[in-house]
Design a protein. Structure first.
Length: 308
């Protein structure tokens, strides 16, 4: 028994990783964290101000892994969705401690970065707006789309029904994502069950209050909320409906194609967040309660990577 414990201890020590092991290996840092270099890793870590604020651990306080390596473990989990048991082996800790580190750090990151107002003012939106948008859609404030993250099937039948997405044919958590024409994600709604429609999310969130009179929102055809925004002087720019017609005019088709060409930016940005595999693959039951924080952290990492 003693020999087994010694072998286990040697094994854990042999596979233990730390971010310092990859200082001169940007390809490995990109693979594990999504960040392009050790310098960017340190910059993002320091933005959390861990020197001034304590991480409020979900369970017990973790002392046998440095804060920098706990951050590394968290990014690793976000980027690769590596099982907690495997992460525990890599960092020389138990599976439970790995889960504790990840959940605690995600909540801490969401709280710290949540203090940043990512909603851009009208003047900044205009300043960074690409020329093609200025010519064709100058009033655009946001390009929006919904996205869903698969989650483990809840045991409660009511929760199963609330989270079941007919679009994805599985249980999901759903959020509404908005990006500026310049390609910065500047809005993220609260998370809802997959059965919730885009319209219901708009009705329940503060999204409509954030826009200003004269703004327009670019979206896909299913984003049919004109009646909600019209009283506020906000236009919804979506492709045309057939509405019983046999076909659309050539002019309308050209407009729709031009609109689709610009709207594809939000799909690309959402696709970028899904390079963090934790929001692409099924979220286990232990992390479903922090699904919004997980997605928000992935959004912020994408934004930071874009501006660094």
């Amino acid at each position: 028994m003693k020999l087994l414990r010694k072998r286990k201890k040697r094994f854990l020590k042999a596979v233990r990783y730390g971010i310092n092991d990859f200082k001169d290996n940007p390809a490995a840092i990109k693979y594990f964290t999504g960040l392009e270099s050790y310098e960017k890793f340190i910059f993002v870590f320091q933005s959390l101000r861990t020197d001034l604020f304590e991480v409020p651990y979900r369970n017990h306080k973790v002392k046998n892994v440095t804060l920098k390596n706990q951050f590394f473990l968290t990014l690793w989990k976000l980027r690769r969705n590596t099982p907690d048991f495997e992460l525990g082996m890599h960092f020389g800790i138990s599976q439970t401690t790995a889960s504790n580190v990840f959940a605690s750090f995600v909540l801490f990151m969401a709280k710290q970065w949540g203090k940043i107002d990512i909603w851009l003012s009208r003047s900044l939106t205009d300043y960074f707006m690409p020329d093609n948008f200025k010519k064709a859609y100058p009033s655009t404030r946001l390009i929006v789309d919904g996205t869903e993250t698969p989650i483990a099937k809840p045991s409660n039948p009511r929760h199963q029904q609330a989270t079941f997405s007919t679009y994805k044919n599985k249980n999901t958590a759903k959020v509404l994502v908005g990006a500026t024409p310049s390609g910065l994600i500047s809005y993220l709604s609260p998370a809802y069950g997959g059965s919730t429609s885009d319209r219901q999310i708009v009705e329940r969130s503060r999204f409509k209050e954030k826009c200003e009179r004269g703004d327009s929102i670019m979206a896909d055809r299913g984003f049919n909320v004109q009646d909600i925004f019209a009283p506020r002087g906000i236009a919804i720019n979506i492709p045309a409906f057939l509405k019983g017609k046999d076909h659309l005019s050539a002019k309308t088709l050209m407009e729709d194609r031009k609109l689709a060409k610009e709207r594809v930016h939000i799909e690309r940005l959402i696709g970028l967040t899904k390079t963090y595999k934790i929001v692409e693959q099924e979220l286990n039951k232990y992390y479903v309660s922090i699904a919004l924080e997980i997605f928000f952290v992935c959004v912020m990492l994408c934004n930071l990577e874009k501006i660094l």
